[in-house]
Design a protein around this ligand. Sequence first.
Ligand code: ATP
Ligand code: MG
Length: 412
Amino acid sequence: MNRTDDITNLFSRFGESLDSYLEFDGDFDYKEKPLALVRPVSEPTAVLANSVENVSFAAAPAKLTVATTHLCATIVEPTQPSHQKIDVVADTVLLNSALEHDAEIQPAKTIPVCAPLRHLLAEVVLERQAEAQARNDEALRQSLPHGRPPKSKARVIALVSAKGGVGKSTLSAALASTLRLDGGQTLAIDLDPQNALQYHFGVDPDVAGMGNASLKGENWNSLLLPGSAGSLLLPYGSLTEDERRTLERYLDNDRYWLARQLARMELSENDVVIFDTPPGRTVYMDQALSVADQVVVITTADAACFVTLDRMEKLLGAPQARAQSSICSYVINQFDASRAFSRDMHEVLKRRLGGQLLGVVSLNHAIGEALAYGRNPFVEPGASQACQDMRMLSDRLEVQLKSASVAEIHAS
Ligand SMILES: Nc1ncnc2c1ncn2[C@@H]1O[C@H](COP(=O)(O)OP(=O)(O)OP(=O)(O)O)[C@@H](O)[C@H]1O
Ligand SMILES: [Mg+2]
């Protein structure tokens, strides 16, 4: 067999034609520093390479044809030293330090070497775990009640944000203290595993809450605590990591999970539920969006929040992301009117959000201090600008809730 036939055969094994054959001299100029992959030609040579850039050549003269795929390597036993050469076959390469006798190529003796045993075992274990997880998820799905529960009569507000630390928990507590419909109760429910809402109500840490009740299948009413200004509070509760993961799998597997919990509470049409959520897209946010009559996105007047607006709008605008006929609005919190940049950002946000901008709450360091001392700054005497802003926001939300109720009555 002559050399051309041999190369043609070799290339056809990889689905390539002879046209793909390129021959380089040994002084090929590699742009990246090559790895030392080839041992002296007298020893068998193992190569692990994903691309030809990773292949290099020992100083010893040898003909090199390179071919490896991912984790599997080819060991090549050279029969005699010769000059260097590299053949590249698409993105699969065969390293073949073989002797070239005159124009004829000696076939390389190749021994496939597999990845280390621990990698293979890890692969098997991962597959087994994935199968077990899939079985558990299926069992969980089967055990869950199916179908959409009746909508809760209560008016539901969800506070969400793309970024953390913008004031969702602070404003949730403030709204719970200020927003009340005639004859109804206002409940603040913490859907955030940080479990921070309770601190805004001065509640002792480590009380049981929503998470604990949900895992035991108890009605959330049984764990409601007195909040401030006559409101009620349901903390997230103190859960272990395993418990939290289990709970989140419930939420992930049952899109009506939160609707179900609310339905069981049998709230009245004058009750208001305020959900505090974790930052960013989470199962808690998804659940809250699915039941909320009013979605309130909290933002701050800065670039970091501004760049998240597109993503948030896309998320909220996605079909089935929100409850039908829900209203979405935005609140700028921690607004510092003394700074020109904040005022400019406020103007930019006003233009961008238009009528969706429901309110602005001023920066007031007394709010952070009140949290530190376990006080609610929104029920304390003395009306700071932030308190006034908060009341205005609460009033606007109340108006929106009432008009939505009227619209629903007319529609039914
Ligand atoms: N209007 C405000 N003026 C001054 N400080 C504020 C204001 N609103 C919130 N803060 C402070 O900002 C910090 C973050 O507030 P908060 O915990 O309510 O944010 P969050 O959005 O709930 O955070 P996370 O995303 O981590 O849940 C707190 O220290 C809080 O006291
Ligand atoms: Mg929070």
